[in-house]
Write a protein that binds this ligand. Sequence first.
Ligand code: S3P
Length: 174
Amino acid sequence: MEYKKNIVLIGMMGSGKSTIGRMLARKLNLNFIDIDSKIEKLENLKIKDIFEKKGEIFFRNLEFKESFKEIKKNNNIVSLGGGAYLNDKLRLIIKKFSCSIWLHWKSKTLIERIRNNPKRPVIKGMNEFQIKKMINERNKVYAKSDFKITCDNHKKNEIIDKIINVYKKYEISN
Ligand code: S3P
């Protein structure tokens, strides 16, 4: 089956964009692109080391460039890094070329998942209150996506079915 628009998965760190994206791509027979993994391969460094050695601005520029490239192609399911959708310019590109889907979780769930993870440089040194504040601020931007999928208390397969449902409706109406 041919789809008119790509799927872009957005949401906070720990929201399962990569796992869900990979499963979804298999089910819909589309390509799966994980922007963070692509950047790690290109730079031959882990994300946290890119932040440490080259800085966040370098990472954000590369993230924009690589996300743009993949979003413009056809038949892609793109898993974006949690900060990418905050970029106004990228949001416009996403709106034009894709159906954006926000994987929403309660902040409590997200905090439990990411709090002690050393791979997450943007929350390094933050306490729970600060992470919660960040989630609340970002949620206002994630809410600009085409669809919000409520994930708490749902199995992966249920989340995937919910995504496929909204995506098919979106494809018909666009
Ligand atoms: C970031 C999220 C990470 C990664 C980088 C910055 C963020 O991706 O891009 O550490 O600003 O939220 P995941 O959302 O896949 O963890």
